[in-house]
Write a protein that binds this ligand. Structure first.
Ligand SMILES: CC(C)(COP(=O)(O)OP(=O)(O)OC[C@H]1O[C@@H](n2cnc3c(N)ncnc32)[C@H](O)[C@@H]1OP(=O)(O)O)[C@@H](O)C(=O)NCCC(=O)NCCS
Length: 162
C-alpha cells in the first residue's frame, strides 16, 4: 500500500452519463479496453454497475467502477477497474466489498470472475479477498501475440463481510 492517504470516497449506481469518464479510464487501464458500447449494453441489460468517486483537495473525480452480470445463483464480475493514478490505495478492495454486498442484496452470494493469467496483481488481490482459482479458459482474451488464457475465480460469500 502507498503512503498516500486513502481518499474520501462515495459509490453509486453507474448511469449512461458516467460512460464517457469510464471509457477514458478504461483506455488508460487496459491494453484491450471495453468499448463505450460494452458499457451502454451492460446498463441497458440491467447488469449491476457502480462508480466510485474520490474527493481530494476539494475536487471530486471518478476513480473506479465495476460491472457485474447476475446469473441464476451467482454474480459474475465482468469488469472491475481503478484509474491508474488511484491504484494501490485500497479502492479496488473497496469495490470488491461493494460487489460482494450487491451479491448478498440480490440473493446471489456466489461470485465468479475471469482474470488474465498474467495479471498477477489482480489475482493476488482476489486471493487475498477470499477468491479461489477454480478453472481456466483457454485463449479467452486477445493478447499482443495471439490469445491469453483466463483464470476463473470463485468466492462463496458466507459469514460476515470482509
Ligand atoms: C486490479 C485493481 C482493480 C486493484 O485495484 P487497487 O485499487 O489498485 O487495489 P487495492 O489498492 O485495493 O489493493 C492493493 C493492495 O492492497 C491490499 N489491500 C487493500 N485493501 C486491503 C484490506 N482492507 N485488507 C487487506 N488487504 C488490502 C491488496 O490485497 C493489494 O495488495 P498489494 O499491496 O500487495 O498489491 C487495479 O489495479 C486495476 O484497475 N488494474 C487495472 C485493471 C485490472 O487489471 N482489472 C482487473 C481485471 S480482472
Amino acid at each position: 500500500m502507498s503512503a498516500r492517504p486513502k481518499p474520501v470516497q462515495t459509490r453509486r449506481g453507474m448511469t449512461v452519463r458516467d460512460v464517457d469518464a469510464v471509457v477514458d479510464i478504461e483506455a488508460r487501464a487496459y491494453s484491450f479496453p471495453w468499448s463505450r458500447g460494452n458499457f451502454i449494453d451492460s446498463l441497458a441489460a440491467g447488469y449491476g454497475a457502480e462508480v466510485l468517486h474520490v474527493m481530494e483537495a476539494g475536487q471530486v473525480t471518478l476513480a473506479g467502477y465495476f460491472v457485474a452480470m447476475p446469473g441464476v445463483d451467482e454474480l459474475h464480475l465482468l469488469n472491475i477497474t481503478v484509474a491508474p493514478d488511484w491504484q494501490g490505495l485500497g479502492l479496488g478492495w473497496g469495490l470488491l466489498q461493494a460487489v460482494e454486498l450487491m451479491g448478498r442484496q440480490r440473493g446471489l452470494p456466489r461470485l465468479f470472475l475471469e482474470v488474465r493469467q498474467s495479471n498477477h496483481r489482480a489475482r493476488a488481490l482476489y486471493r487475498r479477498f477470499g477468491f479461489s482459482e477454480v478453472g481456466q479458459r483457454r485463449g479467452y482474451y486477445p493478447a499482443p501475440a495471439g490469445r491469453e488464457d483466463a483464470v476463473v475465480m470463485r468466492l462463496d460469500c458466507e459469514g460476515g463481510a470482509r
